[in-house]
Design a protein around this ligand. Sequence first.
Ligand code: DAH
Length: 349
Amino acid sequence: MPEDINISTVRDSFRESLASAKSLQELDEIRVKFTGKKGTLTQLLRSLGKLPPEIRKSTGQELNTLRDEIEQSLELTGKKIRDTENENQEFSQRIDVTLPSKGRKSGAFHPVLQTMHEIADIMQGLGYSVASGPEIEEDYYNFECLNVPAWHPARDMQDTFYFPDGTLLRTHTSPVQIRSMLKYGAPLRIVCPGKVYRRDNDTTHSPMFNQMEGLLVDKNVPFSVMKGTMSEMLNAFFGKSLRYRFRASYFPFTEPSMELDIECVECSGHNPHCRVCHGTGWLEVAGMGMVHPNVIRAGKIDPDEFNGFAFGIGLDRMAMLKYGIGDLRLLFDGNVSYFMSGFGGAESC
Ligand code: DAH
């Protein structure tokens, strides 16, 4: 046995190496170092024969014990390392079902539809129901019942799309006033949002656009209720208290008639170069008036007993004002280059 090596030194060196082994590869290196062909323990065993007979047996036993310890320890530590590696691998591959998902981009309502919902919600809060009527309408409901007979010059106000059979694409949501009175009678409070059509097509007009009709019929309805209802609805919609201006106007189905202007939502009248109000400080948002007795009568309600008011709001305009959309075409066109021309910029819609 080499003089500089004794059994306890080898044992200590083995234990120390084993304690720092982290991988199976390191473990294999330790095995080779101690029990490989040229390993320390192998050399000691080989040199046994050279020992004096009196210590050969006991040294042999000691070396065998050390070999057993080395083999068992290597096996045990190998198992531990393998278990840890498996665990780590399992952990890294585990799917944590409690993690939040990456999320998906969801769609959004079209600004006009959103506007429709918002105003309908506000009006429902004021006790109105949502009614609907056909887009392909009869001349009778679209004009005749609304105090616009065939000879009436007001028919020129609305260029109409006619079908060969005489039906037409409704030019406004006002025919739903008649249909609702005929269906529900009085008292009545309805709003009717929907598409309407006119032979108009330029940068500020689309042949299809959206309106919201409103009708209240009851006994002794004062003019002030109409004004209050409109300001209530507009303040709720725009989320701020605006100034209003009622201008005398003319509609065949109301008397008196007026148009409603709101203070410019963009500049409140302070910017003479405002792109929204063009410096006027006012924006026209609705036509309205006290329902003409002829219209109430067409709805099979007695105008001596009931009166009321009606209004028509341009929903596209309301959406543009609320959401800062500067170009009407943005609402109906898929052309993304228009997105750069809105007064609120690309993010606004
Ligand atoms: N129907 C009208 C239009 O399309 C808008 C309107 C004005 C509706 C006055 C009404 C009203 O109910 O009272 O221009």
